[in-house]
Design a binder for this molecule. Structure first.
Ligand code: BV8
Length: 241
């Protein structure tokens, strides 16, 4: 069935791609569900990735992000990330890449216009609105670091559960989903919204939807085809010239 999807890719003037943690799995980054290994196994990720959890247990949540950052720093983009970036270079403006991932691996692979709808784990921001005293260059060290004067905490620049997505990224993602003729849904379980809703929107607009995932997902129900394959093995063949 790969050939049919390759044909659909050749025919589509506008392609949207929605990726999740699965595309980084073959780089060695555990998926969201798998990230709960060892020390973190007793915590549900949706409990750790919330403002309430951070305010209640700032050190625990900061350490969880530090643990994930260290893992991400040790890995490299895989053949799946690279195949998408290469396709974008060969066909400028034809493929819009939307990711739920905060790991920055698409960007490191060369996908410079990646629409990162859940932010980035590689940047920090202030927990509360910055006051005149809040200088990110002069922090009181700690886990998390804080403002020397008012104690405002630093937090990872990711979108936590219950938080709205960055408006510009969400608008760009919705535009791409609504304008595409083909959407590739790669390495996502399709349970988190509004991200998963982008695939539903594309389907409702008449676009073909292809799921690439070794396991069944919540989005198979709107898929025209499911390729039950690991992304780094499937994408190079699918996207090669
Ligand atoms: C919000 C950043 C508005 C942080 C993340 C509608 C219905 C139900 C619930 C809701 C709804 N609307 C909103 C909600 C609530 C909530 C939500 O969706 N809850 C779910 C869990 C039920 N959504 C929100 O809270 C969103 N905000 O709605 O705000 C608002 C605001 C105020 C008041 C009211 C409303 C914010 C959601 C974003 C949260 N932040 N990440 C961080 O990373 O720490 S979400 C995070 O989890 C990831 O970014 C990703 O989105 C998700 C994990 O999913 P996946 O990436 O798919 O990973 P997963 O592990 O699940 O699956 C991996 C897949 O890969 C598997 O299928 C596996 O088979 C596959 N795989 C494995 N290996 C491979 C592979 N595939 C290919 N190749 C391989 N080799």
């Amino acid at each position: 069935m790969r050939d049919t999807v390759r044909q659909w890719i050749r025919e589509a003037r506008r392609i949207a791609v929605l990726t999740g943690a699965g595309i980084s799995a073959e780089s060695g980054v555990p998926t969201f569900r798998d990230a709960q290994t060892g020390l973190w196994a007793q915590f549900n990720p949706q409990e750790l990735a919330t403002e309430a959890a951070f305010r209640a247990h700032p050190q625990r949540v900061w350490d969880w992000y530090a643990f994930r950052r260290e893992m991400i720093a040790k890995v490299a983009p895989n053949a799946g990330h690279l195949a998408l970036a290469a396709f974008q270079q060969r066909h400028p403006g034809r493929l819009a890449l939307i990711t739920q991932n905060v790991d920055g691996l698409h960007q490191r692979a060369g996908s410079h216009e990646t629409i990162a709808i859940h932010g980035s784990i590689l940047q920090d921001q202030w927990l509360d609105a910055a006051r005149p005293c809040c200088d990110a260059g002069a922090l009181q060290a700690g886990r998390p670091p804080r403002c020397l004067v008012c104690g405002n905490l630093r937090r990872p620049a990711v979108v936590w559960f219950g938080e709205s997505l960055p408006v510009t990224a969400l608008e760009a993602a919705e535009e791409a989903a609504n304008a595409c003729e083909l959407m590739l849904v790669i390495g996502t379980s399709g349970v988190v919204y509004p991200a998963a809703g982008l695939a539903l929107a594309a389907h409702q607009r008449g676009a073909r939807v292809v799921v690439i995932n070794p396991e069944p997902t919540e989005l198979d129900r709107v898929a025209d085809h499911c390729l039950r394959e690991p992304a780094a093995q499937c994408l190079p063949a699918l996207l090669e010239h």
